[in-house]
Design a binder for this molecule. Structure first.
Ligand SMILES: [Zn+2]
Length: 139
């Protein structure tokens, strides 16, 4: 049992291997060495935890569907119906956008996006920014 003066070097080496460990590309002695160090080293355990959450996030994105967070639909509907109220106040300016009911069409698009992939979910978030920008145009 000896102290390890070159700990930072060991940590660098270990943390450099974490992505490979997560990807299942590390085997045998290399894997054991990394895991053993992580067991003893809080810094590297921390790095591994971060790596794991990144990895989990990537795995989720790779899947075909992501469940939207609870309450997202309610939030969206609230946003769109709020838009509807404001739309009434600024009818002449909004007429050119998307016909008579911008609130309704936005909700329709949102439902379609939620039903599709995680990419759609990301686009939906971007879409909200677009919607609020449009809302400002009228005022
Ligand atoms: Zn370490």
């Amino acid at each position: 049992m000896s102290e390890q003066p070159a700990k930072s070097w060991l940590c660098r080496e270990t943390q450099a291997q974490l992505p490979a460990l997560m990807a299942g590309e590390l085997h045998g002695l290399g894997e054991r060495a990394v895991r053993k160090h992580v067991d003893r080293c809080p810094d590297c355990a921390d790095a591994l935890a971060r790596q794991q959450s990144v990895h989990a996030g990537l795995q989720a994105m790779r899947g075909s569907t992501i469940a939207p967070p609870e309450g997202l639909l309610d939030e969206l509907l609230a946003t769109t119906s709020h838009k509807g109220l404001r739309g009434k106040a600024a009818v002449p300016a909004r007429g050119a956008l998307s016909g008579a009911r911008p609130g309704m069409s936005a909700a329709f698009v949102a439902a379609g996006l939620i039903a599709s992939t995680g990419v759609g979910w990301a686009a939906l978030k971007g879409g909200r920014a677009v919607l609020s920008r449009r809302g400002r145009k009228g005022t």
